[in-house]
Write a protein that binds this ligand. Structure first.
Ligand SMILES: [Cu+2]
Length: 141
């Protein structure tokens, strides 16, 4: 009875050991796979549009992207005193010029930004001097 008991205990220990070993092996395997795919996803998504909306929410005012020969969004609404920042995400230079001449960014090469603070309420139309068909509107409340 004493021998049988010891033997059962040994078998139980062996089983436990095997289970732990298996669990460790599975965990290690799963962990490696997850890390690899997560790293790839992060690298791919990095230069994407994820940062855009986050920046917009944090700064107040508004962000406008110049991409594919267009202002995006074409119309933004802000409060008086807030700033609109234009970012050239295109592969060619653009400008941001108020139709009423109130502001003129000059040439914005790819990657450059231009900001303008709107102090008075109203609707302000602007365009790109290089591509006159690029038009946008800032509504200041
Ligand atoms: Cu342009």
């Amino acid at each position: 009875m004493k021998i049988g008991s010891n033997r059962g205990f040994a078998v139980a220990l062996l089983c436990l050991g095997l289970v732990l070993l298996l669990a460790a092996a599975l965990t290690a395997c799963g962990g490696t796979t997850t890390t690899t795919s997560a790293g790839q996803v992060t690298t791919t998504a990095g230069p994407g549009t994820t940062a855009g909306p986050g920046t917009t929410a944090a700064s107040g005012g508004a962000q406008v992207e110049m991409k594919s020969l267009a202002f995006n969004p074409a119309s933004v609404t802000i409060k008086a005193g807030e700033t609109v920042t234009w970012t050239n995400s295109d592969s060619t230079a653009h400008t941001v010029v108020a139709d009423n001449g109130e502001f003129d960014s000059g040439n914005l090469d790819p990657g450059k930004t231009f900001s303008f603070a709107f102090q008075t309420a109203g609707t302000f139309s602007y365009h790109c001097a290089i591509h006159p068909f690029m038009k946008g509107t800032v509504v200041v409340q």
